[in-house]
Design a binder for this molecule. Sequence first.
Ligand code: UN1
Length: 497
Amino acid sequence: MPETLRNLIDGRWTEPPPSKTIESVNPARASDVLARAPRSSAAEVDAAVLAARRAFDGWRLTPAPRRGEVLFRAGELLARRKEELGGLVTREMGKVLKEGLGDVQEAVDMAFYMAGEGRRLSGETVPSELPDKDAKSVRVPVGVCALITPWNFPVAIPAWKIFPALVCGNTVVFKPSSLTPACATRLVEVLVEAGLPPGVLNMVHGTGAETGNALVSHPGIDAVSFTGSCDTGEGIEQACGALHRSVSTEMGGKNAIIVMDDADLDLAVEGAVWGGFGTSGQRCTAASRVVVHERVREAFVDKLVGRAKTLRLGDGLDYGTDVGPVVSQEQMNKVLDYIEIGKKEGAKLLCGGQRAMKGPLAEGWFVEPTVFSDVDPNMRIAREEIFGPVVAVIRARDLAHAVEIVNGTKYGLSSAIYTRDVNNSAIAERDLDTGLVYINASTIGAEIQLPFGGTKGSGSGPREAGGRGGALDFFTKWKVIYRDFSGRLQKAQIDRG
Ligand code: UN1
């Protein structure tokens, strides 16, 4: 029996009207319906925003270290339930179990990191130019935050947003992807169990078009953090701009690995396989392009295709599966359409290229790991985000040419270079116009203690995750306080003694 999921509004789990539901389906076996979640309307969104608004003062005035303790307990609970939750990630969105467990681990890491922020959240104290006066800046919460998350990291990405928002003293209305409502529910349950007061975190399930739109345009929202597709993200940026509402978007990429002629080719192949086919290519940071120096192109491509052909497709819960399904039939069709586009554009299909239908694979949404070579940088498969297990190999004359190709798309999330030449690595590090640059490692695998995000069309607003310039810059605003204890009128810039 599919589980019936509920919204969380003001500390109460509310039953959906039974007619308006969305189904959560296992992409490895479409007959396996895990859960039904409500398709929330504007009325439910309104109730959730009002609850968050009412809870704001109490939470804002709770000492930040106490807020951090809730996250610490949440981290412990998540760590204890890692196996169970990791398995649910795999069942609900398809990534292989090791990655499902990694998804949960990323949330554990973020919980502990942000719990510690409860005792930092530091501003600046600086001397005043006047006697008997002090001057400092403090971080204050932004207010009620709308957090809208994707399905590809159904525990980690919600954690990236919810945990910093909470430790900073904000209250939250969370709208998870309609494809992964069960994972979102487990995460929210953990936070409730960890001791979060009612109304501080509210969750409304539903579609982007209905629930997401109602949330983004609700007058009671102060800030919106969104991870997902470009189309939706750009719409949200515009809506928030018109409402003078702060917004942070993370919208994907067309990430590339450069392979130089001095690279360790076997290592580069492993990086391309992991970055291109890990999570079935469904990471914003996936390595969907490999730009190879012409001198090693043939050798590299042979090795890459050889490795791609050994990858075993299957249910991510089965031991021995390398590549799971893509998340839905719609996503599968989109990926297959791109493969057709690549063929028509004249790229050379070297392996894969089809839906995998053998035996039990026919019950799910599987696409064969696909490699195209002879890809021109102007082809659509070299410029547009596919979000599936498709890698485009592009030839470069030298490093400068390779960097130009990598930088030549509208995105700028992640890039990588494989080289043993220290000078090459330094030039790449300097000239690659992406938010993340990896040297001798693939384009995926960002760690939570540094900011995550990209340049250009990959997103806007402050970055996510930790470190200076990370999520705290989005979830707080600066307040500057001058205190004059001289007992007389002192005029800055004028009374110079
Ligand atoms: C994403 O690509 O959608 O850097 C998020 C990584 C993960 C997060 C990726 N830590 O690959």
